[in-house]
Design a protein around this ligand. Structure first.
Ligand SMILES: Nc1ncnc2c1ncn2[C@@H]1O[C@H](COP(=O)(O)OP(=O)(O)O)[C@@H](O)[C@H]1O
Ligand SMILES: [Mg+2]
Length: 213
């Protein structure tokens, strides 16, 4: 599997808060990676660096194996990186997903399929970043979104990074998962090789460690 996007030792601080304490991560073409972790773990900050919204204090991002400076969201988009932010997803709900996936899918099936196909492919996001796409969704909407993500995953040429809350659901949708805690990746596994129980146990262990100090 060849790498689509890679982050090396990303550090990001906000004043005295260290949101990312040296995060390294790699996603291959055709791979769907899930990022799990509690609130404040640094998940959104990581995604926001990969999408050019924030710049890291140090560390490097690579696209297609080449070092890139993602100085803005437009710059990242030029590399084929598209993001649905947590805040945006909450505000606009399903309409964003319709814009991002559904319209394109419908167009591809339409009467201009042959004419549009190449152009659609060229413009389509190659690296898709989703920040809690299922947050604030009802069960029916969530199923629709999961279906869309699974269809994109099945294409086999798009790298998808998805932040999510539901461990079991994430393990179903993703090829691989990482767990973030306090600005670090503390666990990584193929989805098929771990379980919601194992992930929850790691998080519980940390709660216990904090409590007993
Ligand atoms: N723009 C910002 N200004 C100040 N602090 C921030 C900002 N963005 C995130 N943080 C802080 O960085 C830490 C990680 O936040 P975030 O990446 O949003 O975590 P997560 O998405 O895992 O909940 C938190 O302590 C959060 O309060
Ligand atoms: Mg977040």
């Amino acid at each position: 599997m060849t790498e689509a996007i890679r982050a090396e030792k990303l550090v990001k601080t906000f004043g005295k808060i260290t949101a990312l304490a040296g995060v390294s991560l790699e996603v291959a073409w055709g791979e769907t990676l899930g990022i799990l972790g509690d609130n404040g773990a640094g998940k959104s900050t990581l995604i926001k660096i990969l999408t050019g919204y924030h710049q890291p204090d140090s560390g490097q991002v690579f696209v297609d194996g080449k070092p890139v400076e993602l100085t803005s969201v437009d710059e990242a988009r030029a590399f084929g990186i598209e993001c649905v932010y947590q805040d945006l997803a909450l505000v606009n709900g399903l309409s964003i997903y319709h814009n991002m996936f559904l319209n394109r899918e419908l167009l591809r099936r339409g009467p201009f399929r042959l004419l549009d196909h190449r152009e659609m492919r060229r413009r389509k996001a190659r690296i898709l970043l989703l920040d809690e796409p299922l947050a604030a969704m009802g069960a029916r909407e969530a199923r629709l979104i999961i279906g869309l993500i699974e269809r994109l995953r099945a294409r086999g040429d798009i790298a998808i990074v998805m932040i999510a809350h539901n461990y079991a659901q994430t393990l179903e949708i993703c090829d691989r998962v990482v767990l973030m805690q306090h600005g670090e990746i503390t666990f990584e596994s193929a989805a098929a090789a771990t379980s919601a129980e194992e992930l929850l146990e790691i998080v519980r262990r940390e709660y216990r460690a904090v409590r007993t100090g």
